[in-house]
Design a protein. Structure first.
Length: 297
């Protein structure tokens, strides 16, 4: 059992760097041991992919595959800023296989760059959505295997979202069974204000029926739609616990729970501890880390 937990923790550690925001002067040629969606936040740089220069503007997205040799070069002294959505190889392959038996081959065999664009107006929202602070490294001694798998579902939804954007862009030939329903729900629930809404209102905003949404989530991820909402709410609660001094009552309301006790019980189910204890331990650990860094200077 302990080995199973540790293996799942290792998977989460590889998936936990879903996103990072870079602001560097230059990056030398390198390969990745994962798939990376590089989203352009500003146009202060260009890519070199497999020896070829690739110019980008705000909203352009390049998929960097493990086989690609990649580097970045700034066009101004302030460097560049981009969002990198990192998907572990096994997770990327799993989601591709769910969508189509040939999708992975099509993506890996395409000549570089594998490139598409997102709406420029959505880039700022993506930057706010993907932050270091929302990452959490689980403790294998306190987490249960079923809880870990629930959070892996969030990672899988992110992979599904971005691989789905490749499909929607039309750069991959052929018909692929991709659900715009899940894409819409993932987008909706990435916005904290939507987490406050009742389940019925979230469904209404998606313009899909309750039964269709339930079928799609059960089919693609093996969980109930309501469970996915609960996981998203708890993850946002984690962010509020670590970045604000809000009370448990206020946090529970902010993330859409009518009952504080229900929020606490769900948090404990997923994290193996109460939100109050989680806050104490994480903030204490952060304070200790800062103190250690200061003493080394």
């Amino acid at each position: 059992m302990k080995q199973d937990v540790q293996r799942t923790v290792a998977k989460l550690h590889s998936a936990v760097s879903i996103v990072k925001i870079d602001n560097k002067t230059d990056v030398f040629p390198h390969n990745h041991d994962y798939y990376e969606f590089a989203i352009t936040v500003d146009d202060g740089f260009y890519h070199v992919l497999n020896g070829e220069k690739v110019d980008v503007s705000v909203g352009d997205v390049i998929l960097i595959r493990p086989s690609d040799v990649h580097s970045l070069y700034p066009t101004r002294k302030t460097g560049h800023k981009c969002i990198n959505v990192c998907i572990p190889i096994d997770l990327f392959e799993d989601v591709c296989a769910q969508l189509s038996s040939t999708l992975l081959d099509r993506i890996t065999m395409m000549p570089a760059p594998v490139m598409f664009s997102v709406n420029k107006s959505s880039v700022k929202g993506l930057e706010q959505r993907y932050t270091f602070e929302k990452r959490y490294f689980p403790d294998p001694e306190s987490w249960k295997i079923d809880s870990l798998n629930k959070f892996y579902t969030l990672r899988k939804c992110t992979a599904y979202e971005w691989i789905g954007r490749i499909v929607e862009s039309g750069i991959v030939d052929g018909s692929i069974a991709y659900s715009t329903c899940i894409q819409k729900i993932v987008d909706l629930l990435s916005e904290p204000e939507n987490l406050k809404l009742p389940v019925g209102m979230i469904i209404k905003k998606s313009y899909f029926s309750s039964s269709y949404i339930s079928h799609q989530f059960k089919n693609q991820f093996g969980i109930k739609f309501e469970d996915y909402i609960a996981i998203c709410r708890v993850k946002e609660a984690e962010n509020l616990l670590l970045t604000t001094d809000m009370s448990m009552e206020k946090i529970s309301r902010e993330v859409g729970w009518k009952s504080t006790s229900s929020f606490i019980n769900k948090f404990k189910e997923l994290y193996g501890m109460t939100p109050a204890r989680f806050r104490r331990e994480k903030l204490k650990g952060a304070g200790k880390s800062a103190s250690e860094k200061s003493s080394k200077k």
